[in-house]
Design a protein around this ligand. Structure first.
Ligand SMILES: [Zn+2]
Ligand SMILES: [Zn+2]
Length: 343
């Protein structure tokens, strides 16, 4: 489809209220705590160079992945400052390898103790030759900051905002049952949990790399409480599955769209927030910290400012904090302090 037609159709569907799809419930109070009218959570797929090293259609995917990592590193301090300015928490779903300060080869092999997926292809990646860890520089966070980031995790944990650190697997694997045996999935999570505990963090939220939802039985046995799905955009309600896991549905991706004006980006995002409040919905936005810097400068501040303005009506919390409330483990997930913002 011609991009201009696609963009016009997207705007039309939005104007008609078809995107995000709005769900109804008989009793929204099961999902929205008093005295709020809606709930809002925000997640980031935090991966630096790990996500796109097998990306299709990127020429040299490893170089493209490194470029994205550098952009994410440039964006991160500004993103964290904006979160502080408007007191908006994020669930930072972090690739486990990023917790490391360094790593090295043993007998020429990176991470010899870690299992590897078989060669596979999905909609985004093609892993058809060599070792899964072939691009791992086996270096350290100073010399290869695209592959490790204890420094950024320190910043997230040191923030005044009550952010959550979530999980995005250890090496950004495809988790679907057809590709990922349970032993591989389990080991990836265990490695992340071990590294997170060293930082005093209990991982509760899994964001599946490239939306490759799978191995749900293993996930439920692992101590996690929830995961995100991206099946269209939904303003609706989380689902509790029989295995005890909560599924949080995505409502919208925050990203720079070249065919939208800055004003339209802001208008559309604020309107989704308004619709969530009108409909008493649970609203979830997500983003890649490697998104274009234009977004960080020109759109993201307006979105966070609006969320801060709406916090009396809308509970702003993390995914794990919200699920703790759903599981009746905590009365209200996050301190509701308005950021005092000079306008
Ligand atoms: Zn490594
Ligand atoms: Zn990812």
């Amino acid at each position: 489809m011609h991009p201009l037609i696609k963009s016009s159709l997207s705007k039309l569907n939005f104007a008609l209220g078809r995107n995000p799809k709005t769900e109804k419930t008989e009793d929204y109070r099961k999902f929205v705590p008093e005295p709020y009218k809606a709930v809002f959570t925000l997640s980031a797929d935090f991966e630096l160079a790990w996500a796109w090293r097998f990306g299709k259609g990127l020429g040299d995917p490893c170089q493209a992945a490194i470029k994205k990592a550098r952009r994410a590193r440039k964006n991160m301090p500004e993103l964290l400052e904006l979160c502080e300015k408007y007191n908006v928490p994020v669930t930072w779903a972090t690739v486990g390898h990023l917790f490391l300060k360094e790593c090295s080869r043993e007998n020429g092999v990176p991470h010899p103790g870690m299992k590897r997926p078989e060669h596979f292809e999905n909609g985004y990646w093609k892993f058809d030759e060599g070792d899964w860890y072939k691009d791992d520089p086996c270096s350290n966070h100073k010399d290869a900051p695209e592959w490790y980031c204890p420094d950024l995790l320190d910043k997230i944990q040191g923030s005044e905002v009550e952010h959550e650190i979530g999980c995005h697997t250890f090496s950004h694997i495809d988790c679907r049952d057809v590709v990922c045996p349970p032993e591989l999935f389990r080991q990836e999570l265990q490695e992340c949990q071990k590294l997170a505990r060293e930082r005093g963090v209990e991982l509760k939220t899994l964001i599946y790399p490239a939306h490759t939802v799978g191995n749900l039985e293993e996930l439920s046995k692992s101590g996690f409480s929830n995961y995100r799905t991206n099946i269209g955009n939904v303003l609706g309600y989380p689902v509790k599955h029989p295995n005890g896991l909560w599924e949080i549905k995505s409502s919208f991706q925050l990203e720079w769209r070249a065919d939208w004006s800055v004003d339209y980006h802001i208008y559309r995002t604020k309107t989704i927030i308004d619709r969530a409040i009108q409909n008493n919905s649970v609203c979830h936005f997500w983003f890649h910290p490697s998104f274009e810097h234009e977004y960080v400068e020109q759109v993201f501040p307006a979105v966070l400012e609006y969320l801060n303005e709406k916090r009396e009506e809308m509970l702003l919390t993390t995914m794990a904090g919200y699920v703790d409330w759903l599981n009746e483990k905590s009365p209200v997930a996050v301190k509701q302090e308005a950021a005092s913002v000079a306008s």
